[in-house]
Design a protein around this ligand. Structure first.
Ligand SMILES: Nc1ncnc2c1ncn2[C@@H]1O[C@H](COP(=O)(O)OP(=O)(O)O)[C@@H](O)[C@H]1O
Ligand SMILES: [Mg+2]
Length: 248
């Protein structure tokens, strides 16, 4: 479904992505973990065509999106949903209009069909009764849920999540993970998550990889990662300041 080959990106002297290669199995939940600032969001932006690597190739469903023209890229983008780290909701639009936005942009559905679709998606995330509210009137967890409903609006077969639980309390985080897992259809929809919330993603991911110093240092099932003998991985899991990962 997704394949990265030798993706490299630097900003001046700073080599953020030194050499990243991996593939994501279709229909799975795959999660990229790593410290803050390691380049997870940057990598995700590359995968959705918002950033271009210095070198390397990024295949989405067999098509290399590196260097692809806007029209072709937009056609591919239409097929996937994105939940951005900050939610990226439109503050001036109601919850209903936020979720309707991709449907208005990318489909020719009539007003009734759009409102029906929006109502369905809002029910899925438990916000059916909040459609008229504005983002400023919602809690952090509710805003994430609106973002999720919007990411799912076009019934995508591929969804990207950047830190879907950042800034939330543990219970709300659990609720968001349950929703992510609940909306995922194993074998049919591919979810790619980026997170530093290791405990939460362990429970829902089929595959986990860790980005460290610009490279993927481990990948495998949550159990593989949990029992990894790599001191970098263990330090991250334990949240320990002592170990091979330098504190800055
Ligand atoms: N457009 C850019 N210009 C310069 N540096 C950038 C740019 N985008 C990202 N970076 C740098 O890349 C690094 C990784 O950032 P980011 O992907 O946001 O990390 P993460 O999501 O893992 O916390 C940071 O050091 C950041 O400063
Ligand atoms: Mg980030």
């Amino acid at each position: 479904m997704i394949q990265l080959e030798n993706v490299k990106k630097r900003f001046g002297e700073q080599e953020v992505l030194r050499d990243v290669s991996f593939e994501v199995k279709q229909g799975s939940i795959t999660t990229l973990i790593g410290r803050s600032g390691v380049g997870k969001s940057l990598l995700l932006r590359h995968m959705i065509g918002l950033d271009q690597p210095d070198t390397g190739r990024i295949f989405i469903d067999g098509a290399n999106i590196v260097g692809m023209g806007t029209a072709q890229l937009n056609a591919i983008r239409r097929r996937f949903g994105v939940l951005f780290q900050d939610g990226a909701l439109f503050d001036s639009m109601s919850v209903r209009e936020n979720v309707a936005f991709p449907l208005r942009e990318h489909t020719r559905l009539g007003e009734k069909a759009i409102l029906d679709m929006v109502a369905k998606k809002l029910d899925v995330v438990g916000l059916g009764s909040h459609a008229n509210k504005f983002p400023a009137e919602l809690s952090g967890g509710m805003r994430k849920r609106v973002g999720l409903a919007r990411a799912l609006a076009l019934d995508p077969d591929l969804v990207f999540f950047d830190e879907p639980t950042s800034g939330l309390d543990p219970i709300t985080r659990g609720a968001i993970y349950r929703l992510i897992e609940g909306t995922h259809v194993q074998g049919e929809i591919t979810y790619f998550l980026v997170s530093h919330d290791i405990s939460g993603v362990m429970a829902i991911s089929d595959e986990i990889m860790m980005l460290h110093e610009g490279k993927i240092v481990t990948r495998g099932t949550p159990d593989d990662v949990r029992t990894s003998s790599d001191p970098i991985v263990q330090q991250f899991l334990l949240g320990s300041p002592d170990g091979p990962i330098a504190i800055d």
